[in-house]
Design a protein around this ligand. Sequence first.
Ligand code: G4P
Length: 524
Amino acid sequence: MSLQSEINRRRTFAIISHPDAGKTTLTEKLLLFGGAIHVAGAVKSNKIKKTATSDWMEIEKQRGISVATSVMGFEYKDYKINILDTPGHQDFAEDTYRTLTAVDSVIIVLDAAKGVETQTRKLMNVCRMRNTPIMIFVNKLDREGRDPFDIMDELEAELGINVRPLSWPISMGETFKGVYNFYENNMQLYTPNKQTISQSVEIDVNSSDLEAKIGDKNAAQLREDMELIHGVYEDFDKELYLDGLLAPVFFGSALNNFGVKELLDCFIEVAPSPRPTQAEERLVKPNEPDFTGFVFKIHANMDPNHRSCIAFVKVCSGKFERNVNYKHIRHGKMMRFSSPTAFMAQKKETVDEAFAGDIVGLPDTGNFKIGDTLAAGEELHFKGLPSFSPEMFMYLENADPMKAKQLEKGVNQLMDEGVAQLFVNQFNNRKIIGTVGQLQFEVIQYRLLHEYNAQCRWEPVSLYKACWIESDDYEELENFKKRKVQYMAKDKEGRDVFLADSAYVLQMAQSDFKSIKFHFTSEF
Ligand code: G4P
């Protein structure tokens, strides 16, 4: 098969949701369709979230186990599908943000009873930064949920994107009858059954067949809804979807395997194949013959005796081959990999080749950090993965002065792995660690001790946000840095960061220094 055909048949995406909306269940059903697994209940990685936060060791253990489920590849109707898993636990949200940089599209899962929830909103903002095409699955129609038109309105208002229903529910909960599919122009009738595929019928909605299938009341309601939908929403426009401006919406019940096949069938047809990736030097197209890729995730081995990791590389162009030399651009050295892994179904297996859109796992002993570029020859630097302002901050103190070096090394490596962010206060030189959740502080302390034999202590520091600052007005920028000297820090790339200690202080700074832009992510 030609390189171009390999690329055209690839779909690399992530499923994102607020915890409990049904991401794991949907993933599992998609894998069932691909024949990648044969029984429900096989995808367990997201059950992590059910553990109490204090039981993070358990979480980390499960994270270790979940390497195999970090990427799930399978074949379906001549398509090669790669689902990138995102951690369910919100304390690992930073991991999710980075994973989103490696996908070509996303599917958002919502609980029909809950609508748009906080975590979805945050992840959506990340998608919008990159105009990632989005498809939405409204789940749990077998239970009473909100009015579907309300959900549509909420999606548009909350996520700031136009929506177009491609399927529409006929009642819900106890009386749920099925969905009308606008994409295929047929109706799927619901039979509550957790494994089999739904029954699909061709139907003329204007004939009395509709009454015969779903009853008078539902038939009248469906006709009324359809009229409204055609009146209110523009026809589905694939180009707008690909530009990230329009999100098609499907309804169903993942648990009952209802509406999932329709979602998947539409998805493979309209979702983008691997898209070009922006490097600092130029835009890299997937069909260029030379291999290029970048590391978007590093998974540490939980066994303290083997400090080895797996670096997850997204192939951006060309073909990656086993035992061929590629350049690690940051180190300027050639490297070859004798046992790269691909992730098919839930197994890790050694691969000989991978194409743009695929993810390969490279065993690593500390050579890689997140954002690193690998390339066949050309000096390319894929644009750094964005860092987002952490939500929690602590001073990091050395608790064992004899082990300062170990601590330094451990902290640097954990930061390279993307566990948390390090800021060095320029005024007092103290190290500040910023995280998305409380859990990371415990994880860092534990891993420093067990993997690096170093001890740290946390000291509270009251901070609100980390803001990356920029301005065209050099003088004002310098003036600002002088005025805020106690709150100025450098991130690990040496960029200037203002650590605001309250929303009020940040607001004042914004109004006093008009020419300075305050960014909540490092990519602007
Ligand atoms: P997540 O990964 O997004 O966090 O959600 P997950 O799939 O784990 O689903 C959360 C809960 O919602 C699970 O129940 C799951 O069975 C249920 N669920 C998923 N899809 C549907 C659906 O279409 N209808 C209904 N009624 N429930 C659904 P649980 O009791 O928390 O877990 P389990 O014991 O069933 O595994």
